[in-house]
Design a binder for this molecule. Structure first.
Ligand SMILES: [Zn+2]
Length: 407
């Protein structure tokens, strides 16, 4: 029974912590803007920024209150009730799949209105959304199919390993899941992205010439630079690096190419090449494989214990409830892991910036970062605690200062 209260306390602490951080971050938006950032927003853009952030802060507050309430209700009553309602299904594998399908559909129905409101009201009002209703619906359908295939496949496999090998299943499951995720990371840009976006190699022209020079200097093959139709959903500009080995590629959003000058784009690409040269992708995959291992091992230690099920008033050890209970108890570990991975990711950003600077792109990268921030209505004075917990990239002021020092 004590476990039941531990779960309730964990959920509540998580909620309170999150709200507190969000509130602190919201207050820090009123702080004066440092001199180095004074030219990011025009006065009018700054007002838009404050309006937008206030609107999205209020919106997120309601969503998180709703999600907290629903989680509490599910823990106190819902999960057990659903389990008893499905007991007539004799096959435990099928019962587990139905159990998760009902949870998935339920949460989708509950949160769909909020997601629609966010995309088509808030993001639209501030000029970010270019998504059509048709794209929105087909995106949803495709991600459902993907989720059903991946989750259904993983669940069935882990369930089968568990029933065959008992608590030894953890390292087999770890091995299989790691292989599949490395496979998916390798083929991400050729298998997953094309489901949602069109990509084509960067065509001839002054930009390509510019990037060819850069590639030559930095040991990257130019064939691996692609342009993606990001404008299909949003006006936000972006670029990223994905894959490894022969599948490595740099992807530029068409929105970046439309709004940025050649030199600024070259600076962004130099930063992305920095991620490649410093082996950040490989390192991130290794980290995620290790944390998956920790997770499976802890799961194997818990899943066989009748006590955790008794906490929910259930005899026997239905595997799907084991997953739910483990998920709830795992929260503190997953928060620690995410703090660690965000910290490392912020270090990586500094390293990639330093790489771009070593190729003499510091000034253009600074320009590009400011433009990206203005475009995105980024927080210029985020709260340090909020940054520590949530930011995978250092705040703009820190990146600009870092580049300033490198010059
Ligand atoms: Zn980066």
């Amino acid at each position: 029974m004590i476990l039941f209260y531990i779960i309730l306390i964990l959920i509540s602490l998580n909620f309170i912590g999150e709200r507190w951080l969000s509130y602190k971050n919201h207050l820090s938006r009123m702080n004066p803007i440092p001199a180095s950032l004074s030219d990011v927003y025009s006065q009018e853009r700054y007002r838009t920024y404050q309006e937008y952030k206030t609107a999205s802060h209020r919106f997120n507050r309601w969503v998180s209150v709703l999600s907290f309430t629903v989680t509490l209700i599910m823990v106190i009553y819902g999960f057990t009730a659903l389990h008893f309602a499905l007991l007539s299904i004799n096959n435990e594998l099928i019962r587990g799949l139905v159990f998760f399908a009902i949870l998935g559909v339920g949460s989708e129905l509950l949160f769909a209105p909020f997601s629609i409101y966010e995309t088509f009201i808030i993001e639209k009002k501030y000029g970010f959304t270019t998504t059509s209703a048709k794209t929105y619906v087909t995106d949803k359908l495709k991600s459902w199919i993907l989720a059903i295939l991946l989750f259904g496949g993983f669940y069935s496999l882990i369930y089968w390993l568990y029933s065959m090998f008992g608590s030894d299943f953890w390292w087999m499951a770890w091995l299989v899941i790691s292989c599949v995720s490395i496979f998916l990371a390798f083929f991400y840009s050729t298998l997953i992205v094309p489901l949602f976006n069109k990509q084509k190699p960067l065509g001839p022209g002054s930009l390509r010439q510019r990037l060819e020079q850069l590639a030559q200097k930095s040991g990257f093959t130019i064939d691996n630079i692609y342009v993606m139709d990001g404008s299909k959903r949003s006006t936000r500009a972006n670029a990223y690096f994905s894959g490894f080995g022969s599948k490595r590629r740099i992807v530029l959003y068409d929105t970046l190419i439309d709004k940025f000058g050649d030199e600024e784009i070259a600076a962004v690409v130099a930063h992305e090449i920095g991620h490649y040269r410093k082996k950040h992708v490989v390192f991130s995959i290794i980290l995620s494989v290790m944390s998956t291992g920790i997770m499976f091992w802890l799961f194997s230690q818990l899943v066989g214990r009748p006590e955790i099920y008794e906490a929910m008033g259930i005899d026997g050890k239905p595997f799907y409830l084991g997953i739910i209970l483990f998920g709830l108890l795992y929260t503190p570990v997953s928060i620690m892991l995410s703090l660690g991975s965000n910290y490392i990711s912020r270090r990586f950003e500094f390293q990639a910036d330093a790489f771009a600077s070593s190729l003499h792109y510091a000034i253009n990268l600074q320009k590009a970062l400011k433009k990206l921030a203005a475009d995105d209505l980024t927080d210029l004075t985020p709260d340090p605690a909020y940054v520590f917990v949530h930011y995978s990239h250092p705040p703009l002021a820190q990146r600009l200062n870092h580049l300033e020092k490198l010059q």
